[in-house]
Design a protein around this ligand. Structure first.
Ligand SMILES: C[S@@+](CC[C@H](N)C(=O)[O-])C[C@H]1O[C@@H](n2cnc3c(N)ncnc32)[C@H](O)[C@@H]1O
Length: 228
């Protein structure tokens, strides 16, 4: 069987990382129940890999602001959008540049006044294939199912593609989901396939977590894309 049809051999490119899921700043008590933050080490790794000082970085699902906090620490210019007003107010209260955290809806990125970005990194709101709530209203309304969720995410990245500088990279951190009834949602793989329809998929980096991680796995995927 010819070897070359499988493409490039792995030479020196590290496709896995082992990180700790930690934060310098504890969340206020009112948010303890829904700590959905991703790891600072993860953001740090990709900002150092794909950006330089002064570069413009975007997180379409800002959450509690990990991307912007790490960006400020590394002297990058981070912007982000958060749907949930309480989270957004909290993020504004902890940033050096609160004006770069925007309260809004990333499904309508075209309506938001944003600069052109060198890089984007996020962890999107998750959905299990049987779940009813809409992740893009922070689960506050009933949605139209898993297929529509994937289509909406694709549309967000289609809109983001238009806001990227030519060589920009995009990282999406996501894991598959094991449910209590033993079934699975192959969320990471489905998202990789969908976003590949609007950005160029460059491959995945597997992150193994040395301490607690959720959803039935101790690893997640960083899906790396570039602007089309
Ligand atoms: C997994 S969390 C991100 C956590 C973040 N990486 C952190 O470290 O804090 C996803 C976030 O997306 C927000 N979100 C959901 N729908 C949104 C939308 N349409 N526009 C902007 N943000 C949205 C949720 O409220 C939630 O805070």
């Amino acid at each position: 069987m010819p070897h070359h049809i499988y493409g490039k051999k792995v030479t020196g490119v590290k496709t896995f990382l082992s990180l700790r899921n930690e934060h310098r700043r504890p969340l206020p008590d009112e948010f303890h129940q829904d700590d959905v933050r991703y790891a600072e080490e993860l953001v740090e790794h990709f900002l150092l890999e794909f950006t330089g000082e002064g570069d413009l970085v975007f997180d379409p699902f800002l959450g509690f602001g990990t991307t912007l906090l790490v960006a400020e620490r590394l002297k990058r210019v981070g912007f982000g959008v958060e749907f949930d007003e309480k989270r957004w107010r909290y993020v504004r209260s902890i940033l050096q540049h609160p004006e770069r955290a925007l309260h809004g809806d990333s499904t309508r990125l075209v309506d938001i006044d944003l600069p052109e970005f060198d890089f984007s990194i996020t962890s999107p709101p998750y959905m299990g294939k049987h779940h009813k709530e809409n992740p893009f209203t922070a689960y506050s309304t009933i949605g139209n199912g898993y297929g529509q969720y994937l289509e909406t995410l694709k549309d967000i990245y289609r809109q983001l593609n238009a806001r990227l500088k030519p060589a920009a990279k995009v990282v999406v951190e996501v894991s598959n989901l094991k449910h209590e009834d033993g079934s699975l949602t192959t969320l990471a793989w489905d998202i990789a396939g969908k976003i590949s329809e609007v950005l160029r998929f460059e491959g995945e980096i597997i992150v193994t977590w040395e301490n607690a991680y959720g959803y039935g796995y101790d690893h997640s995927y960083c899906l790396v894309f570039s602007k089309i």
